[in-house]
Write a protein that binds this ligand. Structure first.
Ligand SMILES: CSCCC(=O)C(=O)COP(=O)(O)O
Ligand SMILES: [Mg+2]
Length: 229
């Protein structure tokens, strides 16, 4: 029996193009101005302190850190500090109505159905917990936050490492074989499988390749009983 579903966001519940063509450029264009305007506010200061720790430069100035963050964005580095800062910039965008969180139309009805069946729902993304809550809270399908039991980000570990999935299972107090992980990325699914989880790969843009994990093109193709057997 599947007792908990943990879903990736980018490429799974939401179009990769929304993240790469809307969210990332929005944060990039505003990053310097945002940090100079808000560097002394506690939440921003905490993210900058996390960044100084990540780059092992306790004396880094804001200008130094802006340069680091630009190079992190260039390489799509899943830095906790960058993700905290992007989340705060996106908050301003969601609140101003500059965009809504993209969700494939099959996602909300299926999550609601699973929730109704008593299955616990979680998101796991490299985007910060706040960024995840914003995307689901201000989504094109309405506010989905009541459906979720919790969120995990890079603070629990990197998505391609089995230890992260063991950490999540321990937090959920759920046997690994009763947790289903949904993602588009093979390396993430491999890591979850190594931790004993069930897996299903979302193929939103079908390409012909031999399946290494059970696959679905939409959430309504995901059969929890079949995946648990
Ligand atoms: C919560 S939407 C923003 C996602 C994000 O910032 C990101 O880097 C996606 O990375 P993932 O490893 O979850 O594909
Ligand atoms: Mg993904």
């Amino acid at each position: 029996m599947i007792k908990a579903v943990v879903t990736d966001i980018e490429g799974t519940t939401s179009d990769i193009r929304f993240v790469h063509q809307v969210l990332f450029p929005y944060a990039r264009e505003r990053l310097s101005e945002f940090l100079r305007r808000r560097e002394h506010e506690p939440e921003v200061a905490a993210a900058l302190s996390e960044l100084r720790h990540e780059i092992a430069r306790p004396g880094a100035t804001v200008a130094d850190m802006i340069a680091e963050l630009f190079s992190f964005m260039d390489e799509d580095r899943k830095s906790t500090a960058l993700k905290m800062i992007q989340g705060m910039i996106w908050r301003e965008g969601y609140l101003k109505g500059d965009f809504q969180g993209h969700l494939y139309p099959d996602v909300a009805p299926r999550l609601a159905e699973w929730r109704q069946q008593g299955i616990s729902l979680y998101a796991y993304s490299s985007g910060s917990v706040e960024a995840q809550q914003l995307l689901f809270g201000y989504s094109e399908s309405g506010d989905l936050r009541p459906l979720f039991n919790g969120y995990f980000d890079t603070r629990i570990g990197a998505k391609r490492q089995a230890a992260s999935y063991r950490n999540i299972a321990a937090r959920l107090q759920c046997p690994p074989k009763e947790i289903l992980f949904l993602s588009d990325i093979i390396q993430e699914l491999d890591a979850a499988r190594e931790a004993g989880w069930r897996t299903c790969q979302l193929i939103r843009d079908p390409v012909k390749c031999p399946p290494l994990h059970p696959q679905a093109t939409h959430f309504n193709q995901i059969d929890l009983q079949e995946l648990a057997s």
